[in-house]
Design a protein around this ligand. Structure first.
Ligand code: CO
Length: 185
């Protein structure tokens, strides 16, 4: 396994349509292994192949372990994923992206989706996802079509920048600041 370089906004590969995977070979397994390692190292909760410069329809997702959510803490690998059903109900939630460092924004997404695709061996798989997992699938599948979450943010008011601040105790933590506040007076 190896950690791969994460491409950031401005690089063309993030804006292209990824190709369908046809060969379920060693090279694909290496890519999936590396993507999981790169995601965990970052750390992040999802990664799409174009983010490591590979224009193929491959994603990995792993939500942090949470005892209230049975879909958390599990590594999902999807090859050629497709959303085949989405709930009419949408929810707005905060997203970030490893390819857009230190920016978060509020995005409306379907509350639940059904995803169809293949595993690393080409075997069909299907999954019903809700809440954060559904959001993660929608975000990662967007990457395969060259779409970034900032494209779905309704306006600058819904974008924030993460800045490191030091509190009175000298402890560092991250704070989300409105982009308006960064505009020099
Ligand atoms: Co992303």
């Amino acid at each position: 396994m190896a950690i791969r370089e994460i491409k950031t906004i401005g690089e063309d590969v993030l804006r292209k349509e990824a190709r369908k995977v046809k060969q379920f070979d060693k090279k694909l397994h290496q890519l999936l292994n590396d993507m999981a390692e790169t995601m965990r190292d970052a750390p992040g909760i999802g990664l799409a192949a174009p983010q490591v410069g590979v224009l193929e329809r491959v994603i990995v997702i792993e939500l942090p372990e949470d005892e209230k959510d049975p879909q958390s803490g599990k590594l999902f690998e999807f090859v050629n994923p497709e959303i085949i059903r989405r709930s009419a109900e949408e929810v707005e939630g905060e997203e970030g992206c490893l390819s857009i460092p230190n920016i978060v924004g509020d995005v409306w997404r379907a509350e639940a989706v059904v995803v169809k695709g293949q595993d690393r061996y080409g075997k069909p798989q299907r999954l019903e996802a809700r809440e954060w997992l559904a959001r993660a699938f929608q975000h990662e599948i967007d990457h395969l079509n060259g779409v970034l979450f900032i494209d779905r943010v309704e306006g600058v008011d819904k974008l924030r920048r993460l800045v490191k601040v030091v509190d009175e105790k000298g402890e560092e933590h991250w704070e989300a600041i409105s982009l308006h506040k960064l505009v020099p007076a």
